[in-house]
Every structure is written in structure tokens, then in C-alpha cells.
Design a protein around this ligand. Structure first.
Ligand SMILES: N[C@@H](CCC(=O)N[C@@H](CS)C(=O)NCC(=O)O)C(=O)O
Length: 223
């Protein structure tokens, strides 16, 4: 595995975080084995659009300057090139895990709405939608949690650890009474986000970056 590569995204990008968590859990060290470059979400530099014409991030840039976009294939590439695999051996089980990771992407898309909208009603309904999406995958996620830390669930855990990190960063969501209906998921989330690889995946000054982000979007969430 060539380790001299770079991951590029904005400071708070949860799709970047899932790759960083994965790499750290595979034994690679951020800033030693691979580089992470943060770019301000509100002011992407021109060079970024040369790598990703639509400004989609994260970007994986290899030493020879070849580029790969989208976190699913990026993490699949890491999983296939750095053993052991963090997916189940059985093909159908693997597909189910990929399905859960896609559900995690839906949750993050909804979270982006929570963070960026200026419309308080839309923000509230998006928060409700997050709880409803979590309810939809409660059974599957609880099965994963029973294998917490085992190699075969790590790919899913990297995705959800990153999602729960942003979700639970704020009292407003942490203290929501809807967690009473999702107690097992909440216990699992609390466990995932305290792991050092998850904490280390965050950018420096994480909460200051959030403040800048909310100010930039004029977000209803900050008030
Ligand atoms: N499915 C993509 C989603 C990544 C994503 O939504 N990235 C955000 C930044 S966190 C982005 O590129 N937003 C720009 C846009 O949607 O135009 C992945 O897994 O990489």
C-alpha cells in the first residue's frame, strides 16, 4: 500500500472523517503516513476545482496526482489495499453493510440541511427526520453494535462514528427526548464517539470551525 497520499476536504466534512477513522484503525497515522488538507467550506481555492470540478469533497489525491472522489470508493480502496478487511467475508452480509453506509449518507445529507438552513421549521422537521431515519435502521444497527470493535463491522462503525460525532456535538440534539425511543442506538453512539481514533479524526478547533460555518450559512441552528 502506497501511504504517501492526501485527503482533502473542508474542516467539518464527516465523509472525510470516516476515511481518517478507517485509516487510523488500520494503523496508519495522520500527518505521518498520510496528509489531510483542510480547505474552508465557504472559500474553496481554485486548485480544488481542478481536482474536483463540482467542488465535491472528500478528494483522495495520490502521489502521482491521480484523484478519486466519493467516500464509498475511497474507503473501499483503503479496505482492499490495507489488510485486514473491515467488511464481512460473506458477500450478502457485505452488501448489507454497504446498504447501512448508504443510509448513513442519507442521515448526513439530512444533517447538512439541519446545519445550513435559515428556515427554523425546516431545521426542526429535518431533526425529526434524522430520528425517524435512525428508527428505520435500528434493528440492523443494533446487530452491528453487538459486534462492536470486531474487524468485520469496522467499515460501518467508521461511517456511523463520524455521523454520531457531528450529531451529538450539540446539546439541542444530545438532549432531545426522542432518544428515549432509541436508547440502544444512543448508548452505542456514545461509545463510538469517545474512541480516540474518532476524537483524533476531528480538525483542530472543531467547535470554532462550526461557529464560522453557522455564521457563513446564516444557519437557524446556531441560535
Ligand atoms: N456521497 C458523497 C457525499 C460527500 C458530500 O456530500 N460531501 C460534501 C462535503 S461534506 C460536498 O461535497 N458538498 C458539495 C456539494 O454537495 O455540492 C461521498 O460519500 O463522498
Amino acid at each position: 500500500m502506497q501511504t504517501n497520499f492526501e485527503l482533502i476536504s473542508h474542516h467539518l466534512c464527516p465523509f472525510l472523517h470516516r476515511s481518517v477513522i478507517l485509516l487510523e484503525r488500520k494503523g496508519l497515522k495522520k500527518d505521518m503516513d498520510f496528509k489531510v488538507t483542510y480547505v474552508p467550506v465557504y472559500d474553496f481555492p481554485k486548485w480544488l476545482f481542478e481536482l474536483s470540478p463540482k467542488g465535491n469533497t472528500p478528494i483522495l489525491k495520490m502521489e502521482d496526482s491521480s484523484v478519486l472522489l466519493r467516500s464509498l470508493p475511497i474507503n473501499a480502496y483503503f479496505d482492499e489495499t490495507i489488510s485486514p478487511s473491515f467488511l464481512p467475508e460473506n458477500a450478502f452480509e457485505r452488501a448489507k453493510h454497504r446498504s447501512l453506509i448508504l443510509s448513513c449518507g442519507d442521515l448526513l445529507d439530512t444533517m447538512r440541511m439541519v446545519y445550513t438552513t435559515k428556515d427554523k421549521a425546516l431545521m426542526d422537521s429535518s431533526i425529526d427526520k434524522i430520528f425517524s431515519l435512525l428508527k428505520d435502521i435500528e434493528y440492523e444497527l443494533n446487530l452491528i453494535s453487538q459486534k462492536n470493535g470486531m474487524d468485520e463491522v469496522q467499515m460501518v462503525e467508521c461511517a456511523f462514528a463520524s455521523f454520531f460525532t457531528v450529531l451529538l456535538n450539540f446539546d439541542r440534539i444530545r438532549d432531545d427526548e426522542k432518544w428515549n425511543e432509541l436508547k440502544d442506538i444512543r448508548n452505542y453512539a456514545d461509545k463510538l464517539i469517545t474512541d480516540p481514533t474518532v476524537q483524533n479524526s476531528k480538525c483542530p478547533n472543531y467547535n470554532d470551525e462550526f461557529d464560522k460555518f453557522f455564521n457563513f450559512f446564516g444557519s437557524a441552528f446556531k441560535s
